[in-house]
Design a protein around this ligand. Structure first.
Ligand code: F6P
Length: 341
């Protein structure tokens, strides 16, 4: 079989291990691999590179994606969709393995259900917001980077007797903020899943100060709902608002200083989350879901996504996986609150 692999959407550590997993397992079945360059854009434009064992052997510890990525949505323009369908035929692909989040996999789902394209999905996202999979690779590394940033901020906050707010990515799910805050011992965490209560947060900071602690740390998810003044929000090809422009951390820092009189600074992790070598967890998970994807192609189990459920990697319906977001449940929020004193 001739198999095309692509990586779409925001990159994250674990994509290269996933590509490696697909190719290594696929070679057992005699597959021939082609790298489709820069996500769905590569299929619109017909840009490919051959993918051999030699190409993927050393990539398991490398961040980013060797295939490049983009947020191209081929369903936006009829001519792009036509180009994708034609290019799949011309290149002779028997299957497409798409590594991505809700947008990239949403395209794979539609190509399969509406046009019969044999697609298999590999879930990736630092946001960890894909349904039907317990974790996505990229999340562990991104959260570890955020936690390290918080550890560093603790030193300077303690020295200067300040409050520091750390803004982290995660889009409309608070997984990254929750894990960074719990792992890094934050005094307060703000999440998109919870209504922001600045009064309660400031009261808590005052009580932290009153019990003798000389500094405090806040972790704020970029998706935290804050009052916004005017201005046009920028959106990507899938209609997602650019949340980084809302400056949640800066807003919270200025409110805290105004209301408590405690000197406050803010810092943003931003795209630093997405770079660097994948953690052990992401290297292993990436290769595991990649291996499963190759097995799904062998079994012609198309329109499905390889998902981690408990300790097993299983095939799940790609439409169900991408139709709603996996947000932080109440029980996890309660767990984080138990650590707030
Ligand atoms: O979905 C991954 C993510 O890093 C989000 O956490 C963030 O909101 C977004 O991508 C940033 O997108 P871009 O790389 O296009 O600025």
């Amino acid at each position: 079989m001739k198999v095309g692999i692509l990586t779409g959407g925001g990159d994250c550590p674990g994509l290269n291990p996933a590509i490696r997993g697909v190719v290594y397992r696929g070679l057992d079945f005699g597959f021939e691999f082609t790298g489709i360059i820069e996500g769905w854009r590569g299929l619109v434009k017909g840009i490919y590179e051959p993918l051999t064992l030699k190409d993927v052997e050393e990539i398991h510890y490398q961040g980013g994606t060797m295939l490049g990525s983009s947020r191209t949505n081929p369903f936006k323009k009829p001519e792009d969709l036509e180009a994708v369908l034609n290019n799949i035929k011309t290149a002779g692909f028997d299957a497409i393995v798409a590594c991505g989040g809700e947008d990239t996999l949403g395209v794979a789902a539609k190509l399969y259900s509406l046009h019969g394209v044999p697609t298999v999905g590999v879930p990736k996202t630092m946001d960890n917001d894909l349904n039907l999979t317990d974790f996505t690779f990229g999340f562990d590394t991104a959260a570890a980077v955020g936690m390290e940033a918080l550890d560093r901020l603790r030193d300077t906050a303690r020295s200067h007797r300040r409050v520091i707010v750390l803004e982290v990515m995660g889009r409309h799910a608070g997984w990254v903020a929750l894990y960074v805050g719990v792992g890094g011992g934050a005094d307060w965490i703000t999440l998109p899943e919870e209504k922001l209560d600045i009064d309660a947060m400031c009261e808590h900071l005052q009580s932290v100060r009153a019990r003798g602690k000389k500094y405090a740390l806040i972790v704020a998810s970029e998706g935290t709902e804050i009052p916004m003044e005017g201005g046009e929000a920028t959106v990507d090809a899938f209609g997602h608002v650019n949340l980084g422009n809302r400056n949640v951390g800066e807003f919270l820092a200025s409110e805290i200083e105004k209301r408590t009189g405690w000197e406050t600074r803010s810092a943003v992790v931003g795209h630093v989350h997405r770079g660097g070598s994948p953690t052990l967890f992401d290297r292993v998970l990436g290769q595991r879901v990649g291996i499963k994807a190759a097995e799904m192609v062998r079994d012609r189990d198309f329109g499905k996504m390889a998902a981690l459920q408990g300790v097993e990697v299983v095939a799940v319906d790609i439409v169900k996986a991408t139709s709603t977001l996996k947000t932080v449940p109440e029980s996890m929020i309660e767990m984080a609150k138990a650590l707030r004193k």
